[in-house]
Design a protein around this ligand. Sequence first.
Ligand code: SAM
Length: 249
Amino acid sequence: MQDALQNVIENEDRELSREIEGYWDARSHAFSQTRLKELAGPSAAAWTQVLQARLPQGRPLRILDIGTGAGFFAILLARLGHQVTGIDMSADMLHEAKCNALAAGISARFLKMNAQELDFAEDSFDVVVSRNLTWTLPDAMEAYRQWQRVLKPGGLLMNFDSDYGQERFSRKEDQENVHANISQDLVDACNKIKDAVRISTHRRPAWDVGFLQELGMQVEWTADIAPQVHNDPSMHYDNVPLFAIYAYK
Ligand SMILES: C[S@@+](CC[C@H](N)C(=O)[O-])C[C@H]1O[C@@H](n2cnc3c(N)ncnc32)[C@H](O)[C@@H]1O
């Protein structure tokens, strides 16, 4: 009975993953344009500062950027001289990331991979980073287990995300909004995905902090770093707190 239930959940998650992949493929080009604007503006320096404040200093690090999208973190971290691998399940996003890395003149490795099924040996990375990914994962618990597994002992996970579970995404008329020009079909698809993933039923980051502690990690967190990093007046963000989690293995 337990096995049958597990099979049903796994099949539903697989189906949902296919939908999520299609959604991000469809968003990839416009999404990348917004990230290029972010890279060219003041928030690139603000994000670099946030990351630098926690990164171990004095040596090149092996860093994994999970759900790299158009490569925003991968590019910032490679610019600091680190050896970066960016993974994403969307082939179209990875194409954007590779083009953006080339244009930025940095070198990073980009691989198509599911955040919940990492194809890396344990203890492979000094640091794992992720931004705005966990809210869209069908199985965030398995993702966190995998992320912890590939971190070296003493390694650091930095996760930046928002508690979207009780939010409703809508079309933005404001052209400066980072989510402007998303079609109603895609907005509907996004709400459907958000409502379907289990993580939306939890209040965050409290849930994440508790689960990472259960995995044996030492966790620190900040409720909202948006005032620090959303510092480009020409880019308007949704008014939802952006939490930061720093978890040490
Ligand atoms: C909101 S975007 C964030 C991209 C990037 N981290 C940033 O901050 O610009 C979410 C990204 O996660 C990717 N993604 C979603 N589910 C994933 C999964 N299960 N495994 C790997 N990547 C995933 C999407 O394709 C998309 O590129």
